[in-house]
Design a protein around this ligand. Structure first.
Ligand code: TYM
Length: 337
């Protein structure tokens, strides 16, 4: 029997909901990959508390994110969805990897620099600083060949590779070196109100972020009021026409048409036509995901059972990698353990 290659990824349960960037940059790719891979998809609640969180809201967001994974097409019979804090090995391996990471190396991570600048660097927590090392632990515990993510995570995967190589070099072959698996189209979705900024949960205007919980009316409104560029030509040219180019890439991924196909289709049309059609397409694709999420959330017990099953399976792999790491770094095994 050919054993399927393993992939692993995760999202933070923060903000009101996952958004279109998460869906297009990551989730759609995960759904495609689960067909051919042994796939693990986490909800990274340990990462979420690196920024202030309300405890009740975090619990709710964790379940909602799980429901959105499944509503978006993750099949729990094929893949392993689980909650990061249910698998204690993540925090345990992160500690070991922290001892192998340089201060300068961690300080170079752009996500840390951006987030700590927002908080004011005096107030940024140490957890935010070590965030990418926990991410490296998330990945390396499972020995995946690839990590399907959007473009913004590339630097964290590079750090993960460096840490794995360093550990292997110091302590002997232990970790597989994972590759980032970044989709060709949709790896970076822009804010609808500011097409030079990445769509993000912490955006300044809620109108720029299309949430997977938005009503049909809101989805259509946000797309129709998206900021576009001067001129009238519908052409993919991110440097000159970031607004229209961003809408074209969303259209391309959601509609399964190539950018040149769309450019040809809209050659004689106006921005407004493209927006109306894209709004309709987005409602048709995201509406059912929203409705299915709500149905799943009506039965939290069922969701929790599914997540417990995922965590039990994840722990089998995670604990065996951690045991090897503990042995390699020289920890004395607990007697009888
Ligand atoms: P997070 O929660 O910010 O984002 C989850 C996934 O969505 C992608 N993404 C985007 N893709 C395209 N356009 C956008 N505007 C956009 N915004 C977000 C992200 O690239 C990501 O794939 N550090 C990670 C979570 C994490 C993780 C891991 C990922 C923790 N441990 C281990 C992979 C493997 C993060 O904050 O993702």
């Amino acid at each position: 029997m050919v054993v399927a290659e393993r992939v692993l990824s995760g999202m933070q349960p923060t903000g009101d909901s996952l958004h279109l960037g998460n869906y297009v940059g990551a989730l759609l790719n995960w759904v495609r990959m689960q067909e051919q891979h042994d796939a693990y998809f986490m909800i990274v609640d340990l990462h979420a508390i690196t920024m202030p969180q309300d405890p009740a809201a975090l619990r709710e967001a964790t379940r909602r994110t799980a429901a959105q994974y499944i509503a978006g097409g993750i099949d729990p019979d094929r893949s392993t969805p689980f909650v990061q804090s249910h698998v204690p090995e993540h925090a345990q391996l992160a500690w070991v990897l922290m001892t192998q990471t340089g201060m300068g190396e961690a300080a170079r991570m752009t996500q840390f620099k951006d987030k700590s600048a927002k908080e004011g660097s005096e107030h940024a927590g140490v957890g935010l600083f070590t965030y990418p090392i926990l991410q490296a632990a998330d990945i390396l515990l499972y020995q995946p060949y690839g990590v399907p993510v959007g473009e913004d995570q590339k630097q964290h995967i590079e750090l993960t590779r460096d840490l794995a190589q360093r550990f292997n070099h110091r302590f002997g072959e232990t970790f597989r070196i994972p590759k980032p698996l970044i989709p060709e189209q949709g790896a970076r979705i822009y804010d609808l109100q500011d097409p030079t900024a990445k769509m993000s949960k912490s955006a300044s205007s809620p109108n720029g972020v299309l949430l997977l919980t938005d009503t049909d009316k809101k989805i259509a409104k946000k797309i129709k009021s998206a900021v576009t560029d001067d001129g009238a030509e519908i052409r993919y040219d991110p440097a000159v026409k970031p607004g229209i180019s961003s809408l074209l890439s969303i259209y391309s991924v959601l509609g399964g048409k190539s950018i040149p196909e769309l450019e040809a289709e809209y050659a004689d049309k106006m921005y407004g036509h493209l927006k109306v059609d894209l709004a309709e397409l987005a409602v048709a694709t995201l509406g059912p995901v929203r409705d299915r999420t709500a149905e799943l959330l009506n039965d939290p017990g069922e969701l929790d059972t599914l997540l417990a099953k995922g965590a039990a399976k994840a722990r089998e792999t995670a604990s065996s990698t951690l045991a090897e790491v503990y042995q390699k770094v020289g920890f004395l095994p607990a007697a009888g353990g």
